[in-house]
Ligand binder design. Structure first.
Ligand SMILES: Cc1ncc(COP(=O)(O)O)c(C=O)c1O
Length: 389
């Protein structure tokens, strides 16, 4: 007899945990490890944020509110206005404990809307889209991101019976893992398609501030909210923007018709952002200079490492956004991205994420997260070159 339901019983290991285990095993065996597998760069937190959080630790601890403080709401609003020109929108804004939980929990309020079960999501992609749909009792419906389609989802090509049963679509631009940016015109097409079919748009925008410093001001990655707010929820995070992965701070902004009722659900989930984190988040959302400094670092790394990989004969395009490089595995490995990454880890001590562990769509690729400084990155490139010889 199993005490565990089918969804949990059938879960595989979480990819970043598997990679962490691989790193620890290699280190225990005395190997020098270059871990470029997980999107968690090691860059010191901007001191003003750290100090604000430290100074906000209370003598008496009380439950935080699911709505967050008024100061935080104003900081979210001001950010949306500065970054996207969104003003007096009437959107509901809610703090989240990072985007991950918000991505997970939204499915619980959407599956079975009008008896529909499907949520579409990009594959390869962030693994939580799929798992959340399963836990909510829905049918996860992956859409493969194809190189020949510029890694852009094309929902208008789906069969009518799939579309009829679809409640929502996840989109994620700038995209993890491919680094692809969407244009406003593409977002317009998605919005028009979704609204024609009464499908909710879930736009994961956690990399929207991590773009190449050479991009002109009028070509920055857009928000779906600039195109439409109807039936739409956008997900923002301080994890990539400010390097606060360990603080767990983000927010969602969306159509009151969705987030009004969903707030009542969130009040039950136990996901309110702690008050002292909120204080740090006010500082982080309110400042753009520390984010510009992070962009300088990532733009340099992505361009420099991308060029070095191209010289080595690895197929990779230098992305306009994110800190990821999406690379084709060497031809000798065919489409076996897992074997390539495993052998490279064992022999060269270099850890990358194979595409098969990022959702399975588009096999034969691997992702490099530009998380290490130049010295360590050079070590990884040298080890990769030696391995590929
Ligand atoms: C595409 C995407 N969405 C969401 C997240 C979750 O980020 P967090 O929960 O730290 O905000 C990540 C983390 O890597 C991600 O890559």
């Amino acid at each position: 007899m199993s005490y565990i339901n089918q969804v949990t019983a059938q879960l595989g290991p979480y990819p970043s945990e598997t990679l962490r285990k691989m790193r620890l095993q290699l280190e225990a065996a005395g190997k020098k490890v270059y871990d470029l597998s997980t999107g968690d760069p090691r860059i010191p937190v901007w001191p003003a944020i750290r100090e604000k959080v430290r100074d906000s630790l209370p003598d008496i601890s009380q439950y935080p509110s699911v709505f967050g403080s008024e100061r935080l709401r104003q900081a979210h609003e001001a950010y949306l206005e500065r970054r996207f020109g969104l003003k007096n929108t009437g959107l509901i804004l809610l703090p989240t404990a990072g985007s991950k939980e918000a991505i997970f929990h939204i499915s619980l309020s959407l599956i079975q809307r009008h008896g529909k079960d499907r949520i579409l999501y990009p594959s390869p992609g962030y693994p939580v889209y799929r798992d959340a749909i399963l836990f909510a009792g829905g049918i996860p419906t992956p859409m493969e991101l194809r190189h020949e389609e510029g890694f852009l989802q094309q929902p208008w090509n789906l069969p009518a019976e799939i579309v009829r049963d679809t409640v929502a679509i996840w989109i994620n631009y700038p995209n993890n893992p491919t680094g692809t940016c969407a244009t406003p015109a593409y977002f317009e097409r998605i919005a028009e398609w979704a609204q024609t079919h009464g499908i909710v748009i879930l736009s994961d925008e956690c990399y929207v501030d991590i773009y190449d410093t050479a991009l002109p001001a009028d070509q920055l990655p857009p928000s779906m909210l600039q195109i439409t707010q109807k039936g739409t929820v956008a997900f923002y995070s301080l994890s990539k923007r400010s390097g606060l992965t360990g603080y767990r701070a983000g927010f969602i902004a969306g159509d009151p018709a969705i987030l009004g009722p969903h707030t009542l659900a969130r009040a039950r989930f136990g996901v309110a952002q702690p008050d002292f984190v909120q204080e740090g988040a006010v500082v982080a959302w309110g400042d753009d200079a520390h984010v510009a400094a992070r962009r300088e670092i990532f733009s340099h790394r992505v361009r420099w490492m991308g060029a070095a990989l191209q010289k080595m004969g690895i197929q990779v395009e230098i992305p306009e956004a994110t800190f990821y490089l999406w690379c084709k595995v060497p031809a000798t490995y065919g489409e076996d991205d897992v074997r390539f990454c495993r052998e490279l880890a064992e022999k060269g001590g270099v850890l990358f994420s194979p595409s098969s562990w990022l959702g399975g769509g588009g096999p034969g690729w691997f992702r490099i997260a530009c998380t290490l400084d130049d010295g360590e990155s050079q070590g990884a490139l040298d080890a990769l070159a030696a391995f590929c010889k």
